[in-house]
Write a protein that binds this ligand. Structure first.
Ligand code: CA
Length: 228
């Protein structure tokens, strides 16, 4: 059974979420603030965190950043609950590392649908599985990238970059984070090197039009997304 940690200071909302999770066959753990959440995560990492933006003390966004920074929790899926609807806040939340967000007020059914979607797409671990988005196929075992059966030529770094992006869609990564994940921690490479490889990757994908999946997020970094 998947374990979901709900971090929310309002007991009524927590209860509503717990009820919905249990009904959906998900196990619910609760924390009333970021500090409690950190303790719960350290004790036993959940499969996903539902995190309220507005918390007393450390905010949900700060907590999301913190979880992303720690190696042991960097991949932990996070859904941010927010009462804010402005585009800026949405970008801010996704930049902080949230995988998705749900705007309050929300229906339990909507939240469960989001949770299931995030669990599906972040179900990591199986690094041998081919990944496909709208006809763009990456085969990690054969080290091949194909578009509708036709092979695309990618240099090794571009391949690794694309593999990382396709395994972590819809999330913004800074140049520094991409260096850590794709080149490896402790390797000294200048940040603008990332831009060079992004450019090459886009060029390699441009023929069939998949360069649009590699998106620049101004002031933040890059993301892979099929949505524009
Ligand atoms: Ca709150």
């Amino acid at each position: 059974m998947k374990r979901i940690l709900v971090v929310e200071d309002e007991p009524a909302i927590r209860e509503m979420i717990r009820f919905a999770l249990q009904k959906a066959g998900l196990q619910c753990e609760e924390a009333g603030d970021a500090e409690q959440a950190l303790l719960a995560v350290a004790a036993s990492p959940p499969d996903l965190v539902v995190l309220d933006w507005m918390l007393p003390g450390m905010s949900g966004v700060e907590l999301a950043r913190r979880l992303r920074r720690e190696e042991t929790t960097a991949q932990l899926p996070i859904i941010l609950l927010t009462a804010r609807v402005e585009e800026n806040d949405r970008v801010h939340g996704l930049e902080a590392g949230a995988d998705d967000y749900v705007t309050k007020p929300f229906s339990p059914r909507e939240l469960i649908a989001r949770i299931n979607a995030v669990l599906r797409r972040t179900r990591g671990g199986d690094e041998e599985q081919s990944i496909e988005y709208e006809g763009l196929l990456l085969d990690p075992v054969g080290h091949r990238v194909e578009s509708d059966g036709r092979s695309l030529e990618l240099a090794p770094t571009e391949f690794r970059l694309l593999q990382f992006f396709m395994s972590h869609p819809d999330r913004v990564y800074s140049r520094e984070q991409l260096l850590d994940h794709v080149w490896g921690r402790g390797i000294f490479v200048e940040e603008r090197t990332v831009d060079v490889h992004i450019r090459r990757l886009r060029k390699a994908l441009a023929g069939p039009g998949y360069d649009r999946f590699i998106q620049t997020v101004r002031g933040a970094g890059y993301r892979f997304s099929t949505r524009s």
